[in-house]
Unconditional design. Sequence first.
Length: 220
Amino acid sequence: MAPRITITARSGSVEVTAGASDGVTVDGGRITQTAEGTEIKGDSSRLRVGCPAGADVRIATASGRVTTHGPLGDLHIATRSGRVSVEQAERVEVRTMSGRVDIGACAGECRCVVTSGAVHIHRAGSADVTSTSAKVEIGDVGDAAVTMMSGRVDLGTRRGTAVKVRTMSGAVRVRVPLDARPRTTLKARVGRVRCDFPTGDDGEIDVNTVSGGIEVTCRK
């Protein structure tokens, strides 16, 4: 069974390194063992935690940068402001008021709730992004859902996947594999709509925006 670690800090940076040791190590905080797992509370401006690979980790902080290195299991991060950088995890959930979110590799579901800022996901099994105002970039994803008021969306999808984008204002670009022919539903009240290939039934792309262009093109 994967270790369960809960980390809380008021402000300052939090850095978690998975695979650094077989146990849990802490620099800049206090550690307590409970029936639910390991609890760590930061007591300095920089909290560094080492844990086994595949550990399930929850991080809560008021402000400050949160960074993870190495392979984690289920990762949950909640912060008001500050940059979030995740190298690798099985599943990821990030909630933040403002700041930039960078996700390297997420094998399963990657969920991000960001009031304002930027979200960059390099690779994920699936993605669900909700924002008021943000720039969303996803390099390689299966099923994806993006809902936001304003901002720019750029998605790179796989063959046979479902994509749903809802935005009030902002440009949307969806890039699909060269041999994919998904079914498309593209609606923009104000803005140009462009699809570079004939549609089929190999997955689905559903984009609806009030103001902003929509482009569906092939990945290079």
